[in-house]
Design a binder for this molecule. Structure first.
Ligand code: SF4
Length: 211
């Protein structure tokens, strides 16, 4: 990335961090993806009960491997299915930490997410004592309108393709407001000012992550 682009990206991240802090969320910044795992190790004490939402950003940065390393009591959704998975989704509400990314974050300090099963947006909203979101610089948008557009034209088509969902966006690359059984955007959440100060923490990375 050209130095001028890096500087502009960092200014945008700083603006967004200030807006998130004004909304009672914590905000942090590391320059590279390689710094994410050391940050998480320093932030989350060994032995804590942790879980996560599905996230390419967590996989790309090595956080998924850290969660599964044995350092934590990990509620691992990848190891269960059926009724056990349903139970795990409920157990997650009692976890110490929940890790995920966000589909978009606005320069006004708003988190914008869509979900199919909705366990991820539910846990971000309520339950786990702490929520840590790992967010690449590509997720920052101007406002809620731009966030919705980002989801329909970038995040949803890429995620449905990744997950093998048979939805219109997986084929055409854009939203058709479908009634598909595999729809991944059944619920939309916007997190603005939070009553519980600091529960939601956002770690920005000065590189693109996920989609
Ligand atoms: S409504 Fe359907 S087509 Fe539109 S983004 Fe969601 S899953 Fe894709």
């Amino acid at each position: 990335m050209h130095e001028a682009v890096t500087k502009n990206t960092e200014r945008r991240i700083q603006r967004t961090m200030e807006a998130l802090r004004a909304n009672n969320m914590e905000a942090y910044y590391v320059k590279t993806a390689a710094e994410v795992v050391p940050f998480v190790e320093q932030m989350i004490p060994a032995g804590a009960t942790v879980s996560n939402g599905g996230s390419v950003s967590l996989a790309e940065t090595g956080v998924m491997d850290l969660l599964a390393s044995g350092r934590y009591h990990y509620l691992d959704r990848s190891k269960v299915s059926g009724e056990a998975l349903e139970q795990l989704f409920r157990d997650v509400f009692s976890a110490d930490w929940y890790l995920a990314s966000t589909n978009a974050v606005t320069e006004n300090g708003e988190l914008y997410n869509v979900d199919g099963t909705s366990n991820r947006v539910a846990a971000i909203t309520f339950g786990p004592k702490n929520v840590l979101l790992v967010v690449g610089c590509n997720k920052i948008v101007k406002d809620i309108h731009a966030a919705a557009t980002r989801v329909k034209e970038i995040a949803a088509p890429a995620n449905t393709d990744r997950l093998g969902c048979k939805t219109p966006c997986a084929v055409t690359g854009t939203c058709a407001d479908c009634h598909s059984p595999a729809r991944i955007c059944c619920t939309t959440t916007i997190h603005r000012y939070q009553r519980i100060a600091g529960r939601i923490k956002v770690l920005f990375v000065g590189e693109p992550l996920g989609f």
